[in-house]
Design a protein around this ligand. Structure first.
Ligand code: AMP
Length: 228
């Protein structure tokens, strides 16, 4: 068990693309009410802007390349300072490089916030490919589905909102995923020993069902304090 929820809960979810960070962060947010900060979502929103920077960013994301550290750090810095983060947050997709990890330490120290845990969700590459290539989301409410593992109860209709239009992320194709996996090993993986040295790292096997994995995550982060 990491910490009582009443004291706040400040965690980082890390792991390869498709390991389930976003899905598990949404579930933990639902359960605890802490903020979910997905840098991927922030960047996708930014990339929709019809500006030179928006267009450059969109092209980079479509190729599976990272945004610059400067840009992402500015985004996270201002987001963390917002009111809904006071009781805690789940950082999903940040830090993704060692410089980002170092700056995160500084930002949190300046705001008197102590990270409780960096949770690495471990999933082998073969499973990741199958997960990513099959996933899609409701265009109305964002609920996530999968061709094989999580179909809507009624074909073509979103369980959550009744929406009938769905979309797939443009970077969820084989070539881009291969690129994202290479970038993960090269640029993100070095952050794991960085946090391990600080005694913050926990790992969880992310290969079970969504419910099984969230049960394990809640045990690690919340212990016996609340129903799993
Ligand atoms: P995600 O939704 O977490 O899979 O992120 C989608 C894409 O956004 C990634 O493949 C990166 O290109 C970019 N991205 C997300 N977070 C970061 C970050 N912290 N630093 C740089 N690029 C990022």
């Amino acid at each position: 068990m990491i910490k009582k929820t009443s004291d706040g809960l400040f965690v980082v979810f890390t792991g390869a693309p498709g390991c389930g960070k976003g899905t598990q962060a949404r579930i933990l947010k639902e359960k605890t009410g802490i903020a979910h900060l997905s840098t991927g979502e922030m960047l996708r929103e930014y990339a929709e802007k019809d500006t030179p920077l928006g267009r450059d960013l969109k092209a980079a994301l479509d190729r599976g390349e990272f945004a610059t550290d400067e840009m992402i750090i500015e985004m996270v810095k201002s987001r963390i300072a917002e009111d809904d983060c006071r009781k805690g947050f789940i950082l999903d997709g940040f830090p993704r490089t060692l410089p980002q990890a170092e700056v995160l330490e500084e930002i949190l120290a300046s705001q008197n916030v102590k990270l409780n845990c960096v949770l690495e969700i471990q999933v082998p590459d073969e499973i990741i490919m199958e997960r990513i290539l099959g996933r899609y989301a409701c265009m109305t409410c964002g609920a996530g589905y999968h061709d094989k593992f999580l179909k809507p109860k009624v074909y073509g209709v979103c369980d959550e909102c009744g929406g009938t239009e769905f979309s797939r992320r443009k970077d969820d194709n084989k070539t881009t995923v291969q690129n994202r996996l290479v970038n993960y090993r090269l640029l993100t993986y070095p952050t794991i020993p960085f946090f391990e040295k600080r005694g913050l790292l926990k790992t969880v096997d992310g290969t079970g069902t969504i419910e099984a994995v969230s049960k394990k995550i809640h045990e690690i982060l919340l212990g016996d304090l609340i129903d799993k």
